[in-house]
Design a protein around this ligand. Structure first.
Ligand SMILES: [Zn+2]
Length: 376
């Protein structure tokens, strides 16, 4: 803004004051980057038991120190209990949809209607984007950030859309499992993942450390990997873009195998602590779950490690836990609210009870963006 020479001095002062207020206000409230950390099935009962299992103390996770907390409804458009597809669609598009649908809405004529995701808003604006998961890269939660399919089972279409983005040049860093699935899906197109990703401008491999080599990277593997080095490499690369970045990290916390799921709570919590250390003050960090899960901590003595107090086999779903009620798993996904924890610019909008769709608004407005009139 250039002020005219004849502009009265006093108004000039007021204008300068307004400008400086506006700019410092924007610096305080606007995020350059958003990191969405999704504990899949990481409801309150799982965070509670996972934290006690890790530290033998209540409220001992890093998550418990995050300044802004809300409770998010996770119901889907057609069910009280959501699956991961509809749950993640609500979070990244602001629209509740039917279970099984991935960033699409049902329509009267039976066709599915794609809805624009936060990752697509970011790509459209030239930000860098990343998706990292300890699940398969084409699974419903990661897929909802970049793909639009009527059913989460449509693996071939999800892989195709991964390399045919509607906005920008698509996800810049992809790290996840499902390498064997990728080989099968690309074989149907008479190609291999190596060739298909290379043609789309990606470096391709199995080691998450590839993320720091520069350029666009797809890491697909069939085994687990350490989250902290992977997320450090990813953030270091994404942060090179002065326009900012959007990163979604999913860590599975399903407790069908309670010991495994609860161990993942600590793994993810340690990762969130590290992310909070390395992401700058201009980063909105948001943790939530797409839905809760039917795990309960039903007993246990203080002073004895929790792991010694329950039979990890007896605690599995369908196993009657008559002799051991310290931890039990009675069913799958459940419908109660999940916690949202946030820090950084825009985190102050995270409070009270909210629908999961509001998380989309929180992230979009943290960037200072407005939702398209027709967000298709
Ligand atoms: Zn889920």
């Amino acid at each position: 803004m250039i002020l005219s020479r004849t502009f009265p001095r006093v108004l000039e002062g007021v204008a300068a004051l307004l400008l400086s207020t506006a700019s410092t206000g924007a610096a305080a409230q606007q995020a350059r980057n958003v990191i969405l950390l999704l504990g899949d099935a990481g409801g309150l009962p799982t965070l509670n038991a996972g934290g006690i299992l890790a530290n033998d103390a209540p409220q001992s996770l890093y998550l418990h120190t995050m300044p802004n907390i809300a409770l998010s409804d996770t119901s889907s458009r057609n069910q009280w209990v959501t699956d991961s597809a509809a749950g993640m669609t609500a979070i990244v598009t602001g629209h509740k949809t039917d279970n099984g649908m991935v960033s699409t809405l049902p329509s009267a004529n039976g066709a599915v209607v794609p809805v624009k995701t936060l990752l697509e808003y970011a790509e459209e604006r030239g930000l860098s984007t990343g998706v990292m998961t300890n699940m398969k890269i084409w699974d419903a939660t990661p897929a909802a950030t970049f793909a639009h399919v009527g059913t989460r089972k449509d693996k071939a279409a999800i892989f195709k859309q991964m390399l045919a983005p509607r906005y920008g040049n698509g996800v810049d860093i992809l790290i996840g499992k499902g390498r064997a699935d990728a080989i099968a899906a690309f074989a149907e197109q008479q190609t291999t993942p190596e060739k298909a990703f290379a043609a789309a401008g990606y470096g391709f491999g199995e080691d998450p450390a590839l993320a720091q080599q520069g350029g666009r990277i797809a890491v697909l593997r069939d085994s687990d990997f350490a989250p902290i080095p992977a997320v450090e490499a990813t953030i270091a690369q994404l942060a090179r873009n002065p326009k900012g970045y959007f990163l979604m990290v999913e860590w599975d916390m399903h407790t069908d195998d309670p010991k495994k799921g609860l161990t993942h709570v600590k793994e993810m919590d340690d990762m969130i602590r590290r992310v909070s250390q390395i992401a700058g003050k201009d980063t909105l960090i948001l943790f939530t779950a797409d839905h809760s899960f039917g795990l309960r901590l039903g007993g246990g003595e203080r002073g004895v490690p929790l792991l010694q107090q329950y039979n990890t086999e007896a605690a599995k779903p369908g196993v009657t836990a008559a002799t051991n009620d310290v931890i039990s798993v009675q069913d799958g996904h459940t419908g109660e609210e999940v916690v949202v924890a946030a820090s950084g610019p825009g985190a102050d909008k995270v409070h009270g009870f909210m629908p999961n769709t509001r998380l989309f608004d929180v992230m979009l407005s943290a960037y200072g963006w407005k939702q398209d009139r027709q967000a298709r």
